[in-house]
Design a protein around this ligand. Structure first.
Ligand SMILES: [Ca+2]
Length: 115
């Protein structure tokens, strides 16, 4: 009765979109500037990756809290969310590398670098 029969030979499945959303490869050069040399961007990225436990590219509140706990500031949710609120420019609920970099470099430029 049913005339709808799939013909295995003809119906070739189109390339399936099983590709995971591609992560943009990190390029320190993209973040480097006159005041922030590439090496420094890489150092900061290393620190960022420590915060970003699942390497999603964003430090979410849980990751931030965990990092603070490891640093000995455990259990202070207010503190974590206060920092988040200050850093999270785009209100995404997490800190991306650009925001993290701004924090790190703002601190660095606060003090004169003296050898
Ligand atoms: Ca993350």
């Amino acid at each position: 009765m049913s005339k709808v029969i799939a013909k295995p030979g003809q119906a070739k499945a189109p390339t399936q979109p099983t590709k995971a959303p591609e992560k943009k490869a990190f390029r320190a050069e993209d973040f480097a500037s006159l005041t922030i040399p590439v090496e420094e961007v890489r150092d900061i990225k290393t620190a960022f990756d420590i915060f970003d436990g699942d390497l999603s590219g964003v430090v979410d509140p849980q990751e931030l809290k965990r990092a603070f706990e490891q640093l000995g500031f455990g259990g202070q949710n207010k503190f974590v969310y206060q920092i988040l609120a200050e850093l999270d420019d785009d209100q995404s609920g997490g800190i991306d590398f650009a925001e993290f970099l701004r924090l790190a470099t703002a601190k660095l430029s606060d003090k004169d670098s003296r050898a």
